[in-house]
Design a protein around this ligand. Sequence first.
Ligand code: HEC
Ligand code: HEC
Length: 488
Amino acid sequence: MRGRPPIPPPSHMDCPVPIMRRAILSAFIVGAWLLAGCEAGERAGISAPRSPVGPVPPEPQRPGDPERGYRALVTESYVSCGIPYAAYRESADPPPPSHRLPGREGRNAELPYNFTAHTTKDGVELVVSNCLTCHAGFFDGRLIVGLGNEALDFTEDRVPYIEGLGAYVQDEKAAREWRKWADRLEAIGPYSTTDTVGSNPAISITWALFAHRDPKTLAWSPTALIAPPPTHPLPATVPPWWRMKKKHAMFHTAVGRGDHARLMILASTLCTDSVEEARAIDAYAPDIRAFIETLQPPAYPFATDEAFAASGQLLFEANCTQCHGTYGENWTYPNLVIDLARIGTDPAVALAGTGGSEDRFLRWLGESFYGESARLAPARGYIAPPLDGVWATAPYLHNGSVPTIDALLNSGKRPRYWRRSFDSKDYDQETLGWRYTELAEGKKGTDSNARKWVYDTTLPGAANSGHTFGDHLKEGERRAVLEYLKTL
Ligand code: HEC
Ligand code: HEC
């Protein structure tokens, strides 16, 4: 491999992240000390970018055509490796009508929303995944493009399934394509396996893909070129796309700066092996961004009480607007990153970004094609998101640790251990979230078969603390704010 020795796993070099994370939880000072030592070691190279907390300034975005963007989103193969069609057919039933997308033709019309047909230069027909795997979800039985999918199960070891598909691959050319896809997924496997259904490993997957690519050429390396991220990704949710028309930065920590379109196509780093290929995808990325910016949140599908919502609006404007903005035709949105000390929600994701342990990935981006126009510059806090359609996006906070908005606005009500329903018709209109059961025990006290369904807020990155800004409201006032949130 280009004469470079294979890099040992992270525990032998670089930042001892898993140890560090535990240290942060048990003894913050020890954690801070490890972080400091780690950062000093990494400072040898170019320093990694950082952003201050507070307002995020706007940056110019490339214009695009939303209609072409939708077409690109659901027909282009920005993820260019996948399952040979014959093997796909053997392994999957045709999708029900509710899983099909409007406006797709040919092979795409028969595929579910989260897959796209692609024919390689060698003429091999593939079925590849698309952005909607994570960025489309169901509410009340209806597929909503742009709603984060909080029901994905990344807890299982996928290798047996991936290898099993090989049995259906028919010829040599198809076998080569299947092997490429299988090798990529297997390389990122340890970094894409979460502990809880609904937790999304996209951040960790992105770091793992960076670790396997030369930033200059984007060539793939079967062995990691820099230390990969720790295994067991921290829990994270998928924000709804319709927020992006207001946001000046991407992601929970507002780490995504500069040219948003270029950052949006990082999902293609699974299979894109050259700058030339990346550039071709980047050519239509502004169209996808433009489409995303036209998305409106769905309308609340149940009854609302207008007068009660109006009284909630006044309370909202007195208690929440300073961070979350105002709504309606002349909306305002302050684009604020709130410091960890003020927000008090689980700090692990923001500390991982700013503590030095992810600097090698931030630098990788800076040196790559993606860094020509975009930056990953984390801030030590979380952005207060726009709350449009927020009633549809349970569970809440960046880590999905709070099952309902009612509990988010009343911290004493937040369950320590809980298990939610994954039936999209099981919505609780009183509390604004999926119905859930509070449990007496966390993952440790739970049978191994059921463990993955348990959200355990005592685990690293999963705390349900902070955001106590609704605690002082009287019960009736809180109900009024919830009523108002239904109208956004
Ligand atoms: C494996 C799941 C996954 C796939 C596939 C994926 N994303 Fe994401 N996406 C996420 C997660 C998780 C986040 C939030 C990460 C964070 O905030 O740190 C996110 C964040 C975003 C955001 C920022 C939203 C916000 O409010 O800050 C945009 C825009 C976005 N993705 C676009 C895309 C596009 C376009 C594609 C396809 C080219 C794509 N994503 C593919 C999981 C995914
Ligand atoms: C000081 C700023 C601040 C104030 C005041 C504030 N919030 Fe927040 N809010 C935040 C931040 C920051 C987050 C994201 C925290 C995280 O994900 O860890 C958030 C998250 C939320 C979320 C969850 C969004 C999601 O998709 O997970 C809701 C709902 C919310 N706030 C509602 C409210 C309401 C209602 C009020 C007023 C009673 C309020 N907030 C007051 C800063 C604030």
